[in-house]
Design a protein around this ligand. Structure first.
Ligand SMILES: Nc1ncnc2c1ncn2[C@@H]1O[C@H](COP(=O)(O)OP(=O)(O)OP(=O)(O)O)[C@@H](O)[C@H]1O
Ligand SMILES: [Mg+2]
Length: 308
């Protein structure tokens, strides 16, 4: 099945190549076709709002008929996340310890990686919960490296939690034998970890389901984006996430006038050839460079006509 027809689409690529524009145009097109569509930005530097000339925030809003948008705010999500962890461990440690645990959690909130963990948790809830309310989810992601980390996290976190669970089970088993006359002891932390593991597992299943989920990369006909895209595709392949469609964006129109632009166009053709050689297994969609930035629904409509 064609990637654009899939229920969940991730749009990735290097900074500035046109990810947000492409994600918006894909979502626009599917909404126009009558599918209830949610466009989600996971990029900390959002610009979906600019494209639709209205501010989008941490709450899902309706943009037009069938088209909804959400920008995940990692700062707010971090706060929510820490609070939920506090809530989760309530009753599992005594009051004296609680104060210390809270202090530690508040420190964790400011530590590197906290934003990413929170963003990731929110991403998983959007994938698991929102897909039931929408026909289509389109994710506008952050530049390549960040996205790859995000997409590979279900696997990494799964393995990590698995380890924690095993260790916890062993300790519990020992306690059970020693202190509880063989009666299993209840362990709320084990349950919390187990639930998270199950969620990661479910999210991974969705990400790996080729019939439902597609990965599209956007690139420009320039050397560095080509090399970076190739590296990213290889890396994602290792996690069994296969990029099957590339949008080659901002191509100079065929009828450019002036010597300078014609020379530029000749260069570009070489890079288009390089793209065709490098990405033999991907479907390639070509989108021209427009004279203006893409900031209106009419322009999204133009762009989306290039997606077959
Ligand atoms: N085909 C096009 N023709 C003309 N302008 C374009 C085209 N595609 C994108 N643009 C413009 O290029 C700029 C960058 O596009 P966009 O914001 O979609 O890139 P991005 O990959 O999301 O960037 P970032 O990595 O910063 O999130 C925007 O101003 C957008 O309007
Ligand atoms: Mg963007």
């Amino acid at each position: 099945m064609q990637e654009l027809g899939k229920q969940i689409i991730f749009v990735g690529g290097k900074g500035g190549v046109g990810k947000s524009t492409s994600a918006a145009a894909i979502a626009w097109k599917s909404a126009k076709a009558g599918e209830k569509t949610l466009l989600v930005s996971t990029d900390p530097a959002h610009n979906l709002g600019d494209i639709f000339s209205q501010s989008i925030g941490g709450q899902t809003i309706k943009l037009t008929e069938n088209l909804f948008a959400l920008e995940i705010d990692s700062e707010i999500e971090t706060k929510k996340y820490i609070n939920s962890v506090k809530e989760n461990i309530k009753g599992t440690v005594n009051t004296r310890m609680m104060e210390e645990v809270h202090r530690q959690l508040d420190t964790a909130k400011a530590s590197p990686g906290a934003d990413e963990a929170a963003l990731f948790d929110k991403l998983i809830s959007v994938i698991l919960e929102e897909r039931e309310h929408f026909d289509k989810l389109v994710f506008d992601t952050a530049p390549t490296g960040h996205t790859i980390r995000l997409l590979s996290l279900p696997e990494l976190m799964g393995v990590w939690i698995e380890g924690l669970l095993k260790r916890r089970k062993k300790t519990n088993d020992n306690y059970t034998q020693l202190l509880n006359d063989g009666e299993p002891i209840e362990d709320p932390i084990y349950d919390v970890l187990k639930e998270r593991k199950d969620r990661f597992h479910k999210a991974r299943e969705v990400l790996l389901d080729h019939d439902r989920t597609g990965f599209i990369f956007v690139l420009n006909a320039e050397r560095l984006p080509i090399l970076e895209t190739r590296k990213a595709i290889e890396l994602l392949d290792k996690y069994h996430l296969h990029v099957k469609t590339l949008i080659v964006n901002k191509l100079l129109p065929d009828d450019v006038d002036g010597k300078f632009l014609q020379q530029r166009k000749a260069y570009e053709s070489q890079y288009v050839e390089m793209i065709e050689d490098t990405f033999k297994h991907q479907e390639l969609i070509y989108v021209p460079l427009f004279a203006q930035d893409i900031t209106s629904e009419e322009q999204l409509e133009w762009i989306s006509t290039y997606y077959l």
